[in-house]
Structures are given as structure tokens and as C-alpha cells.
Ligand binder design. Structure first.
Ligand SMILES: Cc1cc2nc3c(=O)[nH]c(=O)nc-3n(C[C@H](O)[C@H](O)[C@H](O)COP(=O)(O)OP(=O)(O)OC[C@H]3O[C@@H](n4cnc5c(N)ncnc54)[C@H](O)[C@@H]3O)c2cc1C
Length: 203
């Protein structure tokens, strides 16, 4: 697919405008700047939003001695008498069969990085180069569950929005850009390619 890098938009300018709009925004910005300087000087790594949530869930697990395997993708589910009894995961490149005494809980996101699944399930053309989701979300677990007879739903539904691919190849979700009054978003050929007024959830 011929990917034309969209023109880099005025994202930074838009954020600056938002900050300057009220003293509250500016105060928050200055407070954050001061905090970041302190973190930089003391070597602390601040976690916010999703990272903070994950950290808060991980910390008690590690304290309780729960073994956490990173870089160990699920590849297959093994059933016996109609229930999942094992999960096969790739641990450091080697398939390992993990006993599932009580069952398996899957929380492995969507399939935004599987071009094959995007083309099969989602309306309109798609490309994994345009997604800003987690690169590891290639639908492995969905495929594994379908293979053992699970039913899936809402496969043709996705939250999608306009993105820009900057000249350095990075993908950026256009959010601040869409919130700018009277702003329009154009591609490298000066053509509009999205509805800038569409709501956060519909676009
Ligand atoms: C740019 C962007 C901005 C967003 N902003 C907001 C926001 O402001 N507020 C909000 O509420 N939501 C927001 N969302 C949506 C939110 O991030 C998602 O709805 C949420 O992360 C979905 O959680 P999840 O656990 O289902 O999947 P994910 O967070 O995608 O997590 C899935 C995990 O499974 C792992 N995985 C994948 N395959 C395997 C495998 N085979 N084996 C093991 N692990 C696997 C992946 O590595 C990943 O860590 C945003 C999403 C995007 C992309």
C-alpha cells in the first residue's frame, strides 16, 4: 500500500494555545515541569495513567512472589473434556506448556497489528502502519480461542481515528489537532482526509 506521509500538523502549537488559555493550565504545566526536573535530578521514573495502573498492579504481585513472564506470548490453548487445561506460551523462543488448573484469563487486546484479521473483519481498507495500538496486539489469543471453538463477537467494531505518519515514520493520533477551532487537517497533497469535527468516539 502506498503510504503518503500526512503533513505534520500544528499539534505542538495547539497544545501551547491550550496551556495559555487559562492560568490553571499554565500552573499545572509549570508544576509538572518542576516535578520532571526533580525526577531527572533524583533518577526517579514517574509513572502516570496506564503505566501507573500497571505499576500498582505489578508491585503487590512481585511482593507476593508471583512469577511474571515477560516476552512470553500465548500461542495455543489445549483442551481436555471441553475445558482449557493448558496454555502453550513461547518463553524465550521455546514453547512451554503451562498447566491451567483453574482456567485461563485472556486479556490480550485486539488485532490491530494483524493485517490479515483487519482485512477479514473490519470495514474499509486498513494498514498496520497506521495503527497506534500495541504492536504485540496481533490477535493471537482471539485466534487461539476460535481454534478451540469459542464464539467471538463485535469483530467488525473498532475505535478508529485519523492519524498522521510524520516524515520520520512515526504514527501520531490526531487529537489536539482535531480540537482546534476552525482547523482543518490535510495530507501531503493538501487534501482533507478526515472529518475534523467528528466526535472523539465516532471518528
Ligand atoms: C492512542 C490511544 C489513546 C487512547 N486513549 C484512551 C484514553 O484516553 N482513555 C481510555 O479509557 N482509553 C484510551 N484508549 C483505549 C485503551 O487504551 C484501550 O481500550 C485499552 O488499552 C484496552 O485494554 P486491553 O487490556 O483490552 O488491551 P491492551 O491495553 O491493548 O493490552 C493487551 C496486552 O496483551 C498483550 N498481548 C497481545 N498478544 C498477546 C499474546 N499472544 N500473549 C500475551 N500477551 C499478549 C499486549 O502486549 C498488550 O500488553 C486509547 C487507545 C489508544 C490506541
Amino acid at each position: 500500500m502506498d503510504l503518503k506521509p500526512a503533513a505534520s500538523t500544528a499539534s505542538n502549537k495547539a497544545w501551547k494555545k491550550f496551556l495559555a488559555r487559562s492560568s490553571t493550565g499554565m500552573n499545572a504545566f509549570l508544576r509538572l515541569g518542576a516535578q520532571l526536573i526533580v525526577y531527572g535530578l533524583t533518577g526517579r521514573v514517574p509513572l502516570t495513567m496506564g503505566g501507573s495502573l500497571k505499576g500498582q498492579l505489578l508491585y503487590p504481585c512481585l511482593k507476593k512472589g508471583v512469577e511474571v513472564w515477560l516476552e512470553s506470548p500465548l500461542r495455543q490453548l489445549v483442551t481436555e473434556k471441553g475445558r482449557v487445561v493448558r496454555a502453550v506460551v513461547l518463553s524465550q523462543g521455546t514453547p512451554v506448556r503451562v498447566l491451567a488448573r483453574e482456567g485461563v484469563l485472556l486479556a490480550s487486546g485486539g488485532f490491530e497489528y494483524s493485517l490479515e484479521m483487519c482485512e477479514k473483519h473490519l470495514p474499509n481498507s486498513s494498514s498496520k502502519e497506521w495503527t497506534v495500538g500495541a504492536p504485540s496486539n496481533a490477535g493471537d489469543a482471539i485466534r487461539a480461542t476460535v481454534k478451540i471453538g469459542a464464539k467471538v463477537a463485535l469483530m467488525d467494531k473498532a475505535w478508529r481515528g485519523a492519524v498522521a505518519i510524520t516524515p520520520d515514520g512515526k504514527t501520531s493520533f490526531l487529537l489536539a489537532d482535531r480540537s482546534t477551532s476552525f482547523g482543518i487537517i490535510v495530507d501531503a497533497h493538501d487534501e482533507r482526509f478526515t472529518n475534523e469535527s467528528a466526535s472523539y468516539v465516532d471518528c
